[in-house]
Design a protein. Sequence first.
Length: 621
Amino acid sequence: MLDTDVMVPVPEPHPIKYYQQMLQSNFQDKFMCAQEGWAEDKERLVDIYTELYITAGTDVHINTQHEVRQIEKPGKPAETEKPVKPSDMFKHPSGEYRPIKTVLTNGIAGIGKTFLVHKFVLDWAEKRTNQDVHLIFPFTLRQLNSLKGEKFRLAELIHECIPETIDIKEEALNFIFQTLQSSGNTNYDKSKFKLLFVFDGLDESRLHLNLNVNDLHSIDVTKSTTADVLLRKLINGKLLRSARIWITTRPAAANQIPREFVNMVTEVRGFTDPQKEEYFRKRFRDEDQASRIISHIKTSRSLHIMCHIPVFCWITATVLEDVLKTREGGELPKTLTEMYTEFLVFQIGRTKEKYGPEKCLQHMKSLSKLAFHQLEKGNLIFYQKDLTESGIDFSEASVCSGVFTEIFKEERGRKEKDKMFSFVHLSVQEFLAAVYVEESLINRNKNVMLSPRPSLRNIRLLLSKTSSTKIHRTAIDKALQSPNGQMDLFLRFLLGLSLQTNQDKLQDLLNRTDSSSQTNQETVQYIKKKLSKNLSPEKNINLFHCLNELNDRSLVEEIQQSLSSGRLSTDKLSPAQWSALGFILLSSEKDLDVFDLKKYSASEEALLRLLPVVKASNKAL
């Protein structure tokens, strides 16, 4: 039973319930309304929130692959994983009582981690769930980047980063923290004051947490120290040993938290197929329109898979709503490049009306340049230093965020120089980076893909005339050399942008079109040559996505015909044909339910070649 009558005697005597209700009221005001994607208008969170599929496991699963590659083969849940309700984040999935102090939630960019945190806090604030918690302190970790090197008491840092706590005086917070620190209790359930600290976006933190160091010393919670030390001491349990900690992160940064500091790992998997439909039916009140959009998405495997990601659902809904409204009977986008091209055209069209074509296009070119340079460095959040390195004026970036509100976002810091910028989603950044490469070639005959480091090959390429074929080959080679597939989606976009149909739509940005069937055929042959090599199955699958973007389905159709006629002889398949078979099977939902490997071959080579299919199937025989 929660004791809400425990007194906090300073600065005036009040029960902890007084501060709990104060904080709940303030959080209701903050989280009641939310923006979907980065739409300009806010809506009630409960109206637009669609439940996410969340699983719990017993281990920290670190996956360094490109995030879209992960969502394209969501995989069958392991036996150790069980679905988790957001409100049950601190309950053991077995249903048994086990004290859980620290939860690590991972999920790819745009999958809904921040929305999940906001919904969790709102449900607490509106007294629907988790009323055992006296106080919640939700930190957005990127906010702390601008505080690097500065010293704070914990109560001070809370006031600095969470304005909704300002009504709880520092003396009251210090009393609560000192009571917990001096008690020596490590059990949340036995704690006099029950606190939850949420750290959202570990992957966006540029603080040096150094959680792997042997940190034996505790510190006085009322004394000043740097933000990174306070964070480290909270996470490793050396500051407030009974407080609960909830950390969210993208998978690549999850290994910053050593396993011994985590009691439970959860993963946000995004939308299941029924949840995708629920999302579109919530978004489109017209049932016929919603049904048409859902059936169209189902016809394209790549679009249907990407709709696991809530942000991609929002982009898709934005595009298809506009296309259905303005082009009655027109062709709907089927590939990823077509979808993102339409999204960009929609944004440019709206912005040109408001700000004029010259200003609009100038800022779009600046954004695409920023996207490319920061993608190469692996940055999703940009600060003044990053902008300067990309040759972008700091004040221009602020203007861009005001112009392209649904593509590029500015977040204010304490000072002007502390502002942060980011794109709506990693895939939008990757698409704009590809637009920059294409625009540099067509408008300035420049290959920006070349490394600035001098090499004999680069010098030869610089001296020779730049062509789409050379740029495509450079991009394909870079993507294949990337150990974790970080260039996979960028490559698909770049090749898709070489098609005349997509270039025609971007004529505002491109001075002319530079699409050539001969160039694209050369690229197709280069990809097929790579497919004949001994590449990993995942890299082969992405090369087939690239062929799909180039509208070349010859290899796939060849295998498809053999499958349909029952004449497929797996004994004579080349490496490229094995990969085509894997791509076909991955694109077929019925084959992913139960996959019988023996139907194709029992050899070790077959297992290796079809490994992505085995991983993605619900049951493999």
